[in-house]
Design a protein around this ligand. Structure first.
Ligand SMILES: [Zn+2]
Length: 451
């Protein structure tokens, strides 16, 4: 479909350009023109459907670089616990009972929530099964995503089979909406040999299925809290000195294709290594605060020129997929923690949620900004709201005042997936019902202790 978005204020996130009374022309999946409304109106008249964006602000769709989409089924199941107790006593035991259908259903709910809050791309790490999975849920809703399979030392054989199936069936599929990733869970659950092997597998899969602009990447939790070196010592009898990144670097697994989630308990030496290897960071402030994991040294990494993007983490450690909330918390957290109100300013935070997110996922050739030639991934935000008046600065409002419910219309890959808060691809009521039913069945299986 060809269409033109008219009369809105466009925050392009390209060369800091803001176009008031602007227009965007979209043909098929791609942005073909961006400029002043009066110029584009003449060029793209007949044959172009019109979206009126008066009183609205148009931004590149937000990019969430750390999710476990299926875990929406566990939202509110266990809160207010320390990370290890939360994982080992609550989350991992219930996850054993989750079926492929549960995974699909949970991911469907997260995909809907993401779209409704202006997120157009989600990087998700979970268990892949050929039968039903997160990729299918994303493709069905029209959400763009990097879908991974999480790997653990205790199930190498199953992991390898799953990775091959995932890459073959889904990489660059669904009209290019879905990319895939190889996801070692963490340095304390994946032994050093397996960590190296998984990088090798990623490269093999890239040779087979990847092309230069759309590579298969790695996605791993790193240094989520200060206990990680101790956990690595306990699991593999390895003494980690000078930081977890340094340890990973000693294995030769760090490079520009690695998205490292959290990076909370990292040393200055780690930061130097990350810069050198061009490791990409996903910062997850809400989850880190909720699990009291600590505060990631984001301003230090940004000052070094490291790519820092934003993630929500799972719906059971956040407990939403709301990137507007994550932007605001990011902007506030580092000011407060460092007693310096000039840190993480609004523009920088919006970059972290858009252009930097695209770079983190090695997808910057196609998404992250509104410019000619990129895929049309766009969120349109209704600014005709009391909390967004008066208007001095759109970017300030986007980070400090706007709410996810202000997102009105969302376009992904040139397709209008939400218009005036109505989803075109999926029945929301039905998806919520499915989630409630899946939750009830899951709890029943736990009670009876059957898989
Ligand atoms: Zn996580």
């Amino acid at each position: 479909m060809n269409f033109i978005i008219q009369n809105g204020t466009i925050i392009t996130m390209h060369n800091q350009k803001i176009i008031r009374e602007g227009a965007i022309a979209i043909e098929d999946r791609t942005i073909v023109d961006v400029g002043k409304n009066r110029d584009l109106k003449r060029k793209y008249g007949r044959g172009y459907e019109k979206i009126d964006a008066r009183h609205e602000v148009i931004i590149p769709g937000l990019i969430n670089t750390h999710q476990h989409a299926a875990m929406s089924l566990l939202r509110g199941y266990a809160d207010d616990l320390p990370l290890q107790e939360w994982l080992e006593k609550w989350i991992w035991p219930i996850e054993k009972h989750m079926t492929p259908h549960d995974i699909y259903t949970g991911a469907l709910l997260t995909a809907i929530e993401s779209i409704m809050s202006g997120t157009t791309t989600v990087n998700t790490m979970y268990h892949y099964t050929p039968k039903e999975n997160e990729a299918e849920a994303f493709a069905q809703t029209g959400l763009r995503g990097v879908v991974g399979h999480v790997c653990f030392s205790w199930r190498k054989k199953e992991d390898k089979r799953a990775l091959r199936d995932l890459a073959g069936k889904w990489h660059n599929k669904a009209n290019g909406l879905i990319h895939v990733s190889v996801d070692p869970h963490s340095p304390y659950t994946v032994d050093p040999e397996y960590m190296k092997e998984l990088k090798q597998i990623r490269e093999e899969l890239n040779e087979k299925y990847g092309v230069e602009n759309t590579p298969i990447i790695s996605h791993v939790h790193v240094a989520e809290n200060v206990n990680e070196p101790e956990k690595i010592r306990k699991a593999f009898k390895i003494k980690v000195k000078d930081g977890v990144m340094k340890y990973l670097d000693s294995l030769g697994v760090l490079d520009k294709r690695v998205v490292a989630a959290h990076c909370v308990a990292i040393t200055d030496r780690d930061i130097g290594i990350m810069k050198q290897r061009n490791v990409k960071v996903s910062h997850n402030p809400v989850s880190n605060l909720k699990l009291a994991a600590g505060i990631s040294p984001v301003p230090k990494m940004l000052a070094k020129g490291i790519t820092v993007s934003l993630g929500t983490d799972s719906p059971s450690s956040n407990n939403t997929a709301d990137m507007f909330e994550t932007m605001k918390v990011t902007a506030l957290l580092h000011k407060g923690a460092n007693k310096n109100p000039t840190l993480t300013p609004a523009r920088q935070v919006l970059e972290m949620a858009t252009t930097e997110g695209a770079k983190a996922l090695s997808w910057e050739n196609e998404i992250g900004s509104i410019e000619v030639g990129k895929k049309a991934d766009i969120a349109i935000i209704d600014f005709k709201k009391p909390h967004l008046h008066p208007l001095h600065d759109e970017i300030s409002h986007l980070v400090y005042a706007a709410r996810s419910a202000d997102v009105n219309t969302v376009i992904i890959n040139g397709r209008i997936v939400m218009e005036n808060r109505l989803l075109s691809s999926i029945n929301i009521e039905k998806a919520m019902e499915m989630a409630e039913k899946a939750k009830a069945n899951l709890l029943e299986r736990i009670r009876r202790n059957v898989k």
